[in-house]
Design a protein around this ligand. Structure first.
Ligand code: HEM
Length: 420
């Protein structure tokens, strides 16, 4: 195992290294362009999101020459996500095999995907949510203890980025001393974040590590996620299926890129959004029942991921009347869909008091985010812990005000905060 970062996880370099290829610092606000293009062709655009913004596409190596489409309207995006036998995950499979391994949820299609989802369900069911939760609050308190007396810090790097990877690592049985290494691998395994060879090397290191954990848990089960998964089996018409070691490893390698950056970037976006709205923040201190709505509205208004994993058209088809030739890659633009005025009134306004409506922040259809409930409990707990312990939270007046930035992944440039 190798580690190049020292003294803690989630340093600025790590975030820069893993997001510079995907639009951070290049595109700050993609939404006006989405609004401009959405009314044409039912919101089906004939290029990739990167091309839409004149950027080189770090994901194109795997699909040289394929025709590309991106959806910008709610109806078009929902259609692609629902029709999963036409818009298959073969698109993302080829792009991510090096990072996620030969067997992954994101890279599989029905009927394999359906069985795989059933087999990993125990890791996200009621009992498991308690396991996830048991690591959240102690970690948040520990982090706040580290900076509360200073009166100011960058919450993005010292708080947000420090906890989702910890929670996944602990839940999976990773040793505390290996956390830095673990977060570094998680960064390299994000879609489009690193060249394929680097992503593959990161995945192989994680697999080696986890094989040992699985072997230990087989010998001596514990009250943890790996032990729960080892026991998982489903009954199908053709008999009983137990989860395989490859499937457990595939899930682990999918959890890292899927559950770390998404969650901490979303928390960072929430904090910047609240600090830009001191009246709303003051109201939140007084009325914590608003926390879930603030979390949901942030995910709708400025979620951490632009698109669901790319789908491959398995046959000639149409979206909103636009012809999509077989073999095209389609990017389901969930972020653009969540600002569609046909679905949400005044979509560009951040309004946690808007009527409750489903969004596509965690996607839709058979691949919808399996970790959505984990993400929600983490985001709510992290926000509440700050409100509990940092009174009068505001931007640090000695630091430049942060921006929200990024295309494939959205994030704040920083969260410089002062309190007290
Ligand atoms: C704010 C946080 C999060 C957001 C916005 C988010 C969003 C998404 C999206 C958009 C997808 C793609 C679904 C599709 O292909 O249509 C996805 C899939 C997935 N997410 Fe999340 N996610 C978050 C947190 C998490 C967490 C905390 C975990 C695990 C603990 C997780 C695990 C996964 C996995 C394993 C998949 C693949 C599901 C499949 O293909 O069947 N995610 N997520």
């Amino acid at each position: 195992m190798s580690s190049t970062s020292e003294g803690g996880v989630g340093r600025q370099d790590w975030e820069r290294k893993t997001t510079s290829r995907t639009g951070a610092g290049v595109v700050d606000d993609p939404y006006p362009r989405f609004a401009e293009l959405r009314p044409t062709n039912g919101g089906v655009h004939d290029s990739s999101f990167f091309a839409m913004f004149g950027m080189g596409d770090p994901t194109s190596e795997a699909w040289k020459g394929a025709q590309r489409f991106a959806t910008l309207s709610y109806a078009a995006t929902e259609h692609v996500l629902r029709e999963n036998t036409i818009f298959t995950n073969a698109g993302i499979r080829r792009m991510t095999q090096h990072a996620f391994g030969p067997v992954s949820l994101m890279g599989s299609d029905d009927p394999d995907h359906r069985k795989f989802r059933l087999l990993v369900q125990p890791a996200f069911g009621k009992k498991a949510l308690g396991l996830w939760q048991s690591w959240v609050k102690p970690r948040l308190d520990e982090l706040i203890d580290g900076f509360v007396d200073k009166g100011r810090t960058d919450l993005y790097f010292e708080y947000c980025s420090q906890f989702p990877v910890f929670v996944i690592a602990m839940t999976l049985g990773v040793a505390r001393d290996d956390l830095d290494w673990f977060q570094e691998q998680a960064g390299l395994m994000q879609i489009g974040a690193a060249p394929a060879e680097q992503a593959r090397a990161a995945r192989l290191e994680v697999e080696d590590y986890m094989r040992k954990v699985i072997a230990e848990r087989r010998r001596a089960p514990q009250d943890d996620l790996i032990s729960l998964l080892i026991e998982s089996e489903i009954t199908e018409p053709d008999g009983k299926h137990k989860i395989t070691e490859e499937q457990i490893l595939g899930l682990v390698c999918n959890l890292l890129p899927a559950g770390v950056g998404t969650t901490f970037r979303s928390l960072g976006i929430t904090l910047v959004t609240l600090m830009q709205r001191p009246d709303l923040l003051a109201r939140l201190y007084e009325d914590r029942s608003l926390v879930p709505a603030v979390v949901e509205e942030t995910l709708r208004w400025n979620g951490p991921v632009l698109t669901s994993p790319f789908r491959l058209a398995a046959e000639d088809t149409e979206i909103m009347g636009v012809k999509i030739p077989k073999g095209s890659l389609v990017e389901p633009g969930i972020a653009a869909a969540n600002r569609d005025p046909l679905q949400f009134e005044n979509p560009d306004v951040f309004d946690p008091f808007r009527p409750v409506k489903p969004t596509l922040a965690f996607s839709y259809g058979p691949h919808f985010c399996v970790g959505g409930q984990v993400a929600r409990l983490e985001l709510r707990a992290a926000l509440n812990a700050l409100l509990d312990r940092l009174p009068n939270l505001r931007f640090d007046p000695n630091e430049p005000e942060p921006r929200l930035t990024g295309l494939l992944y959205r994030m704040p440039t920083a969260v410089p905060a002062a309190w007290g």
